[in-house]
Write a protein of this length. Structure first.
Length: 458
């Protein structure tokens, strides 16, 4: 996809015009432009643009309304509506504002074409070399999440997810390893094995390692449930239709690892992805079972459809064994998070106030919103068990996102800073810059947080 260009001769000017000064701008415009705009009843409102003709019938200039709540939305409609050609911004925006608008331009032009040819917009936005490089890095990472999540499970099973992580390892000189099938039991990952053992494709734990010894260790863990039937507590068909996206947490940490390695952040990075299918067969784990975990805690299975937290328990326990400087997990964990926050805003939970605040602030900077929810200790009683250390399902429907986070917290060493992001990884409906389907939600915010946290150690 063309998206962006570093430079090109004689691009068409893409001029930002404020609604407040539109009449003043119009009064100074050439007569044929004024006539054109009047004939087409142009209104200078957010999302509106107009291609202005030259005297020979070509496009001389494009104006668009410099308005809206988010910079990332400024060019989204123009990106998919303009005819083929190269366009260059004509405005007094800062580099950061241009970068956000250019990112929105590229995100709007995304098309998932793995199974069906779809016309791609051919309008290119011309940027300088530095801006193009920075924008493309984030654009490629965000679209990587979209591609991984949009791919159906037949082609995105545990092995395919492993291949996606291995590809990033190869691209940036990182090491990649996998623990698969019965090896999970031999190497003490019983929870991952229990959830994934019923599927035809074996469960596995994927691992990427990158960076220099001596740099602070950062561990990213991503829920990699490639399809979730709900297990024996089977979902209805309406609840199962989107479950190809249940590996969205894994997609986020794979893309985030790409950004970290591409930027050369001074960290030692480890990525852990428990990759399974929550399937149904004669050996599926059952409601009422008590399963062991790597940390030594026993888990009573109150609901086999609360499997994501179970597979993450082993990964988070492993993450803490190397005493990292920071652990962050991404997971499409609860419908309760969507009820509380809607599809666009993932809640973040953390055992450190500065980490939670830093992530929320980074989300505001990058127009990638996150919102802190509490690890409210009195709700621990909702996941208590009479026969095991903890239950994987709350006793009521109340506070489902919080009780899921409290479950995960049990597998975190309290001395280690940790954040959990309950992302949706999906746009339920399409709009400018945000096509329906897989989406990166929390990716930009988390990378900005990591960049700020570790840039001072360079």
């Amino acid at each position: 996809m063309p998206y962006l260009a570093e430079t090109i001769d004689l691009p068409i000017r893409l001029t930002a015009v404020s609604p407040d000064t539109y009449e003043q701008w119009l009064a100074q415009a050439p007569a044929h432009h004024r006539a054109w705009l009047d004939a087409h009843d142009f209104s200078c409102k957010a999302g509106k643009w107009a291609a202005l003709p030259s005297v020979d019938g070509g496009i001389e200039q494009v104006i668009f309304a410099d308005a809206g709540d988010a910079w990332i939305d400024r060019l989204a409609r123009a990106a998919t509506g303009l005819p083929a050609g190269a366009y260059a911004l004509d405005c007094d925006w800062s580099d950061e504002q241009k970068r956000q608008a250019a990112l929105g331009w590229g995100l709007a032009q995304y098309r998932f074409t793995k199974y069906k040819d779809r016309p791609e917009p051919e309008a290119r936005l011309v940027l300088g070399e530095a801006l193009e490089r920075q924008t493309r890095a984030m654009l490629d990472a965000q679209n990587l999440v979209r591609d991984l999540v949009n791919t159906p499970t037949e082609d995105m099973g545990p092995g395919d997810l492993g291949a996606a992580l291995a590809s990033q390892a190869q691209a940036f000189g990182a090491s990649f390893s996998v623990i698969e099938g019965e090896q999970l039991l031999e190497q003490n990952f019983p929870a991952i094995h229990a959830v994934g053992r019923a599927a035809a494709r074996a469960p596995r734990l994927l691992s990427l390692e990158w960076g220099r010894e001596g740099d602070p260790l950062v561990v990213l863990a991503g829920k990699g449930v490639c399809f979730d039937t709900g297990g024996l507590d089977i979902k209805p068909s309406s609840g199962m239709i989107l479950m190809k996206k249940d590996m969205g947490g894994a997609a986020h940490v794979i893309a985030l690892a790409r950004l970290v390695m591409q930027a050369g952040l001074p960290v030692r990075l480890r990525v852990l992805v428990p990759a399974v299918e929550n399937a149904i067969s004669g050996n599926a784990y059952r409601p009422g079972d008590v399963i062991p975990t790597r940390k030594g805690l026993s888990v009573e299975i109150g609901n086999t459809d609360a499997e994501g937290r179970v597979v993450l328990s082993d990964a988070l326990a492993l993450a803490c064994e190397q005493a990292p400087d920071l652990v962050i997990d991404f997971a499409t964990l609860t419908g309760a998070a969507r009820v509380a926050m809607g599809p666009d805003i993932p809640p973040v939970f953390s055992n450190r106030k500065d980490v939670a605040r830093g992530l929320v602030d980074a989300g505001e900077t990058t127009e990638d919103p996150l919102w802190e929810l509490p690890l409210y200790k009195p709700y621990r009683k909702l996941i208590s068990s009479d026969i095991a250390d903890v239950n994987n399902s709350g006793k009521t429907a109340f506070a489902g996102a919080i009780t899921a986070a409290l479950f995960l917290e049990k597998f975190i060493d309290p001395d280690i800073p940790w954040a959990h992001i309950d992302t949706f990884a999906w746009n339920p409906t399409g709009r400018a810059g945000r096509p329906a389907g897989g989406e990166a939600l929390g990716l930009r915010a988390t990378f900005e947080f990591l960049r700020q946290r570790y840039a001072t150690t360079a």
